[in-house]
Design a protein around this ligand. Structure first.
Ligand code: HDE
Length: 735
């Protein structure tokens, strides 16, 4: 088996790309149907002779009630829809496998984390949070990152997000949060967008959301691809080993392609041109064999260190800075198969944070505790009854036996008379398993407390980690956060809400607040008798819920900025080649081949669909026309030489717009020197040094040369950088 280095340098096996079969895909086969070469029948197996005409009294007469074929077909159609998820309705999923690199037996007894030979099937669903099922993938929003591990000891669901913290500290606020962010109840506007009054009204009254909202206003909320996002379990969990020793743990997913985002302007354009952008990207990557990969990371804290930090491990608005507790990469997940059927798999998959296996356990995080209730409850409504665990995508590969019976749509045929325990008629089966036989036992945490409805004072520092996050951003990332707040609050109609938000932002960073105040032409309110926190119980002592303002524990944390992410390859990056009839074949194909060899996906774009004829008369296939695509779908663009091609493109407004827009969105741009004319027709050519300069790299990310070899090398290096955000500064690009 091929060996490859993991990010921390340890060699690890690579999944065999040609074999995507695993225990779960085999299990699904018993429910997978294929109509190839099969006759059409009713649901009851009767062959159908006419699927074009209903049964009528005469060919112009009324339809007859006895037409069981028509009735069955229409009735089934009438019942095709189920309720969409109340949150995370819009999603896309894929199958794959997970393998641990080395046994983690010192930390956990979970089989899939202790045996490096076990390949655990997974099904992963990515989602936005606020939008409906048909909304755009490009909303400014957190992304769901839900992984179902079909382990040999039962299903383990890691139901996380691409942001390591959450808006609220207690589950009781979740319905309020979601009511606030969803479209407003009177007119159901806006769809899949947080830029409206109810959301910011709520956020501005609830300072515990300050950390999360700073992340959501950052570029993390507009990912380039699901394949280029981190994932986080958010809550602190427990790992429990065979001796019963527990460690606190935070789960991470680290994408091997790095963490990358797009520009907000681009996101808005893509939302119109291809709202399925992320779905398509995931699907195409898997279809083409470029399997998305993540390493599973853990941050481990011994029980004894629970109170060592200046924040509470149980507070889900806090992360553990990686400088304090490094992330150990312990295994790899590879997504290698697209679902066969969206509804049966992606829509019907039911995740639940309460699906854990021996060796993993919960903590008392009050957000996690509330989620334990919500996920089964929501499936009962959405999937229609208590047997949703029997739906093929949800059933475990581990055998399941108990005395639960009957109910809506029961599939399993349970033999025997005994459906209770203890029993003698069934020989006492199914029998219980002690912990030595793999039975689940909860971690016996000692709890000695009064029953109270209160928030722990250790949860009251709402700003220091928001400040740490902001301070850790690069200059362009900070600018994007300022722009995002200015955009969102600019869409808010109520001035008092905007002002209240400025008070919160001033606690995160005065520069941030000042810039946003400038954009809104408001002053940061200096004095106010209003408490910052208005989520306060009726009988609380005055001020007892006010945030504790303290300095961050460290100046910056490198892991929080995308500026430090992986930038050493161009695998799966989309590159456009703009060309027309009369293109120089060598100029086009040399660069195309060089990029493809590095794993990029290259598309030839021409004024018309079909093909173009090169100078040597060869036909080069055209992937998209200027009409059917746009620069926002690509990471980079190249213009090859060829007198006629260059002349056509120079005169083609869509081609020049394509280049200007790519420049505006800070992408790598390359041109054969023979295509200089096209570049000279763009807005940005005036920013380039004079043509007599010998430099190949004309300015940040712009590569022009007649030496194709040199051009390819420089262009590849530029694409790997992802974006040249410095270009945004002048903000004068008319694209
Ligand atoms: Fe969820 N969440 N959530 N959530 N959540 C749901 O379950 C809920 C929270 C997350 O692809 C629902 O099956 C409550 C945090 C993902 O199918 C529902 C609270 C995090 C998905 C629900 C939270 C998440 C959901 C809706 C606060 C990140 C999509 C449909 C206590 C760690 C899973 C469903 C998929 C889905 C409730 C907070 C992640 C209603 C009550 C924090 C990725 O049960």
């Amino acid at each position: 088996m091929a060996k490859k280095q993991s990010a921390d340098g340890t060699p690890h096996p690579v999944t065999n790309p040609n074999n995507t079969e695993n225990a779960k895909t085999k299990d699904l086969q018993s429910n997978t149907s294929d109509a190839t070469d099969q006759p059409m029948t009713t649901n009851h197996g009767v062959k159908i002779s006419d699927d074009q005409n209903s049964l009528k009294a005469g060919d112009r007469g009324p339809s007859l009630l006895e037409d069981f074929i028509l009735r069955e077909k229409i009735t089934h159609f009438d019942h095709e829809r189920i309720p969409e998820r109340v949150v995370h309705a819009r999603g896309s999923a894929a199958h794959g496998v997970f393998k641990v690199y080395q046994s983690q037996a010192a930390l956990t007894k979970a089989g899939f984390l202790t045996n490096p030979d076990i390949e655990t099937p997974v099904f992963v669903r990515f989602s936005t949070v606020a939008g409906s099922r048909g909304s755009s993938d490009l909303a400014r929003d957190a992304r769901g990152f839900a992984v179902k591990f079909y382990t040999q000891e039962g299903n383990f669901d890691l139901v996380g997000n691409n942001i390591p913290v959450f808006f609220i500290q207690d589950a009781i606020k979740f319905p309020d949060l979601i009511h606030a962010v969803k479209p407003e109840p009177d007119n159901e506007m806006p769809q899949a967008a947080s830029a409206h009054d109810t959301f910011w009204d709520f956020i501005s009254l609830l300072p515990e959301s300050a950390h999360m909202i700073t992340w959501v206003m950052s570029d993390r909320a507009i990912p380039r691809s699901y394949r280029m996002m981190e994932g986080f379990g958010v809550h602190t969990f427990r790992l429990v080993n065979a001796e019963g020793v527990s460690h606190f743990v935070k789960f991470h997913w680290k994408p091997l392609l790095g963490v990358h985002s797009i520009a907000w302007d681009e996101a808005q354009i893509i939302s119109g041109k291809d709202p399925d952008f992320h779905r398509r990207d995931l699907w195409n990557a898997i279809e083409s064999g470029s399997y998305p990969e993540w390493e599973l990371g853990i941050q481990v804290v011994p029980e004894a260190d629970e109170h060592k930090f200046d924040f509470d491990l149980l507070d889900p608005t806090k992360l553990i800075p990686e400088e304090l507790v490094p992330v150990q990469r312990i295994g790899k997940m590879t997504l290698n198969r697209n679902p066969d059927n969206f509804f049966a798999e992606t829509e019907q998959v039911a995740f639940h944070i309460g699906h854990i296996v021996p060796g993993i356990d919960f903590t008392n995080d009050p957000l996690l505790q509330g989620r334990l209730f919500s996920y089964t409850d929501t499936q009962l409504l959405r999937l229609g009854g208590p047997n949703f665990h029997e739906i093929p995508i949800n059933r475990p590969i581990a055998p399941a036996h108990n005395n639960q019976r009957d109910g809506h749509m029961r599939q399993e045929i349970n033999r025997g008379k005994a459906s209770y325990h203890p029993n003698s008629l069934g020989g006492g089966c199914p029998f219980q398993s002690g912990k030595m036989q793999g039975g689940f036992t909860s971690y016996p945490e000692r709890i000695d407390a009064h029953k109270v409805r209160e928030r722990s004072p250790s949860f009251l520092d709402h700003f220091s980690q928001a400040t740490l996050f902001y301070n850790s951003q690069s200059e362009p990332e900070k600018n994007h956060i300022i722009d995002a707040f200015s955009f969102e609050l600019g869409k808010v109609q109520s001035v008092p809400i905007r002002e209240r938000m400025l008070r919160i932002l001033a606690k995160v960073d005065s520069g941030l607040a000042t810039h946003v105040a400038y954009a809104l032409r408001l002053h940061i309110p200096k004095q106010s008798n209003e408490p910052l926190n208005q989520a306060v119980p009726a009988d609380a002592a005055p001020g007892s819920y006010e945030p504790v303002v303290k300095a961050p524990s460290q100046a910056t944390s490198a892991a929080l900025s995308m500026a430090h992410t992986v930038k050493d390859n161009i695998r799966t990056r989309q590159v456009a080649i703009l060309a027309a009839d009369g293109v120089d074949a060598t100029s086009l194909l040399t660069i195309k081949d060089a990029l493809t060899a590095q794993g990029a996906v290259v598309e030839v774009i021409a004024p018309r669909q079909g093909y173009i004829i090169a100078t040597d008369d060869q036909q080069i296939p055209v992937d998209k026309s200027l009409l059917t695509t746009a620069s926002v779908f690509y990471d980079a663009v190249y213009v090859p030489a060829g007198t006629n091609s260059v002349a056509t493109l120079e005169a083609e407004a869509d081609a020049i717009h394509f280049l200007n827009e790519a420049f505006k969105h800070c992408k790598a741009i390359a041109a054969d020197k023979g295509a200089l004319q096209v570049i000279e027709a763009t807005y940005f050519s005036r920013k380039l040094p004079p043509d007599n300069s010998d430099e190949t790299v004309k300015s940040q990310g712009i590569v022009i040369s007649d030496n194709l070899k040199k051009l390819a090398t420089q262009f590849i290096a530029a694409i790997a950088q992802h974006r040249f955000w410095e270009r945004e500064k002048p903000r004068k690009i008319p694209a």
